[in-house]
Design a protein around this ligand. Structure first.
Ligand code: FEO
Length: 402
């Protein structure tokens, strides 16, 4: 099985999922993978497992590389079931293997798998803390670094130094992408696509954790890393600097350009008329705009654009004295992911009560947006004069400091 060999002494034993299109609500247009690895020194280490439906495939991969009884250690970097789903199944084949997880990882494993595994199994997990090491011989040594809340409280990375080879950061969710490919390395794939998927992954999974990520990144960046092997998507060997710089930028909410996102839905076309008129006025000033109608847009793609926009204009018709359902749903998703440093503007059409712009303002304020005082609220169908937004857009651009 030479196709599984990533480099000398390191093998890929994960599952590449070309079929998945929805990952707990996140749209995965290009599939994903649940990466697991085997490293051989004088001792043999298995790093992470795979989503449970793919256990048999995972098991066959492992058996093609070593005997199960030869696995000395199983490192569990993260307990979310896309990585630990096969844990209760594989440990039954590894009665003598020492299991290693962060302290909170031990709790999380017990919390997830208490129905399937006996208590003594959990008692034989070694809980590691920051800086603890594991020497597996032949020049290879692991150092464990818990990174709580990136992505769960239990998350950790395992950094392997190799006196005779490459230093590898097994980074779990960090630096991952939902991307299925049989080419394991970054430079074997289209880097534009890989970076777009890394960006979408950050926006949908990690964006709300940016404050913590900004604190951890210098620690990770200071390690003498030659290779990064994450738990989703491709491994990094030629573009490590680029992905670490991108994480630094995303975690600080830095933008490449001051663009505008318009996100809305419409019932009978009036709110859409407002959205298009706003787009027109902004584009006339030479500013990039992206406009998404939520009936047809994909929230995972929209939030990726929200992360990159300087201003986000949100529109909804008033329906049943409240928000249009798709707008309410998107705003809830956006509020949870907490895009940083955004200017907000609310707009919408109405027939008689017209609460929507006020509700949008409240939600955007709760999301820590700098919301404009101006609200666009138009009764029934807009007249041409209603769609003159020069003054509002002047103020918006002033706020964006363009
Ligand atoms: Fe890929 Fe947080 O699991």
């Amino acid at each position: 099985m030479t196709h599984l060999e990533l480099m000398k002494d390191v093998w890929y034993v994960g599952y590449v999922d070309f079929e998945v299109r929805n990952f707990h609500g996140y749209s995965t247009h290009k599939g994903s993978s649940y990466n697991a690895y085997i490293v051989k020194g004088e001792k043999t280490v298995l790093i992470d497992t795979v989503k449970r439906p793919y256990f048999e495939y995972f098991l066959e991969n492992i058996k093609s590389i070593c005997k199960l009884e030869d696995i000395d250690y199983l490192i569990v970097n993260h307990v979310e079931p896309d990585h630990s789903g096969s844990f209760p199944l594989i440990v039954k084949h590894l009665p003598n293997t020492e299991i290693i997880a962060s302290e909170r990882g031990v709790d999380a494993l017990r919390g997830h798998y208490h129905e399937e595994l006996a208590d003594d199994l959990f008692n034989r997990i070694r809980a590691v803390k920051e800086g603890d090491t594991l020497d597996i011989g032949n020049g290879k040594k692991f150092t464990f670094v818990p990174i709580p809340m990136i992505h769960w409280p239990d998350s950790m990375v395992s950094f392997m130094t190799d006196e005779k080879g490459k230093n590898v950061l097994f980074s779990n969710d960090a630096f991952g992408q939902h991307f299925a490919t049989s080419k394991r390395w970054d430079d074997e794939n289209d880097m534009c696509v890989i970076m777009q998927e890394a960006e979408k992954y950050y926006a949908n999974i990690l964006l709300h954790l940016s404050g913590l990520i900004a604190k951890v990144l210098p620690k990770v960046g200071s390690l003498p890393i030659d290779l990064i092997c994450p738990s989703h998507g491709v491994c990094w060997r030629s573009n490590i600097k680029d992905i670490v710089e991108a994480y630094t930028k995303w975690s600080k909410g830095e933008l490449d350009e001051k663009s505008v996102l318009i996100v809305y839905d419409t019932m009978w076309g009036s709110t859409e008329k407002i959205a298009k008129a706003l787009q027109n006025e902004i584009e006339h000033r030479g500013i990039a705009v992206k406009r998404f109608k939520l009936t047809t847009a994909d929230y995972s793609d929209v939030i990726t654009e929200a992360m990159k926009a300087k201003a986000i204009l949100v529109g909804s018709p008033t329906l049943n004295n409240g928000l249009y359902p798709t707008v309410a749903e998107y705003l809830s998703y956006q509020k949870g992911l907490k895009p940083m440093n955004k200017i907000g503007l609310a707009f919408g059409s109405y027939g008689w009560s017209g609460q929507c712009p006020d509700e949008i303002v409240q939600i955007l304020q709760d999301t820590k947006f700098d919301v404009m005082d101006e609200k666009i609220k138009i009764k029934y169908v807009p007249k041409p004069a209603d769609l003159d937004f020069k003054l509002i857009i002047d103020k918006l651009i002033d706020k964006m400091s363009i």
